[in-house]
Structure formats: C-alpha cells, structure tokens
Design a protein around this ligand. Structure first.
Ligand code: RP5
Length: 162
C-alpha cells in the first residue's frame, strides 16, 4: 500500500471545489494523499486530533484551505511540526482577502507557507507539497521536472487572435 504523506484538509465541504485543484495536481504527479474536512471553529476537537497524530501517522506535508476567518492553517501549524501550506479560499463578501490575511499573518515561531487566493493557490499548494517530497524521492523529482517542462512547452511563443 502507498504511504500517504500529504494531508489535504479544509474548513468546509464548500472549500472542496477549490481544494480539489491541489488534489488534481497530486494525482497528476502520482503522490498519495488523504482528504478531510477539519474546521477550526466547527470541529476543533477534530483539528486537535489531526494535528496531534499527523507526524506519527507519516504525514510530511499538510495542505490546509479555509475561507473567511481562516484559522485552520495557523491552528494546525500550532499543533504539529509537519509543514503546513495554507490556501486562502476566495470568499463572496471580501473576495478572499479576509482569508489571505487570516492565514498569512502568523506570529513568529509558527509559520504557514501561504499560497495565492483561490484555485491557483490550491494548485500551487499541490506543487509545493510535491516539491518538498521530491527532495527525498528521486522518482517524484523526475516526474515534477517533467511536469514543469511540459507546462513550459505548452506556452505559445506568440499571442494569436481567437
Ligand atoms: C470556513 O468558512 C470554511 O473554510 C469556508 O471557506 C467558510 C464557509 O463555510 P460554509 O459556510 O460554506 O460551510 O470555515
């Protein structure tokens, strides 16, 4: 059985349409992951249990997405030494700036690697998790290098009229 090294957590089912972009990248790169709804506010005991057991269960990276008062990534970072990548989910009221500020302004000592707002941030979180794991996994490093080469090759030299 493939060992799961990446946890993708999110504050709500409503975050999944964003966070699935991280999952899709990990699928493309052949990285096993688990997904779970963990809310800092609605399920604090679940958050605590997840953080308390993350390292012992073999997780090496946690991708945490939340919107609004987005305390999930920071609270998770306070509970585990496993690196936490934060994804600010875009909100209707404040366009995700609320999420971004909630995630990025961590106090000294408990970092969260904060991505861009929304789907691009979630996809980049998947790539960042893969890059971290690739440091100790030569096959994954090759797959990630190939992925990056393919992306570069897909960019046209010149713009065209549609
Ligand atoms: C946060 O509140 C979640 O991360 C989500 O982005 C936001 C709204 O949640 P729902 O009301 O859609 O469940 O906890």
């Amino acid at each position: 059985m493939t060992e799961v090294k990446v946890g993708i957590i999110m504050g709500s089912q409503s975050d999944w349409s964003t966070m699935r972009e991280a999952a899709q990248i990990l699928d493309e790169l052949g990285v096993a992951y688990e997904t779970k709804i963990v809310s800092a506010h609605r399920t604090p005991d679940r958050l605590w249990e997840y953080g308390k057991t993350a390292a012992a269960r073999g997780l090496q990276v946690i991708i945490a997405g939340a919107g609004g008062a987005a305390h999930l990534p920071g609270m998770m970072a306070s509970k585990t030494r496993v690196p936490v990548i934060g994804v600010p989910v875009q909100t209707k009221a404040l366009s995700g700036v609320d999420s971004l500020y909630s995630i990025v302004q961590m106090p000294r000592g408990f970092p969260v690697a904060t991505m861009a707002i929304g789907g691009a941030g979630a996809a980049n979180a998947g790539l960042m998790a893969a890059a971290i794991l690739a440091n100790g996994d030569a096959d994954l490093a090759t797959r990630l290098d190939d992925w990056r080469i393919a992306l570069s090759a897909s960019i046209p030299d010149e713009p065209t009229d549609d």
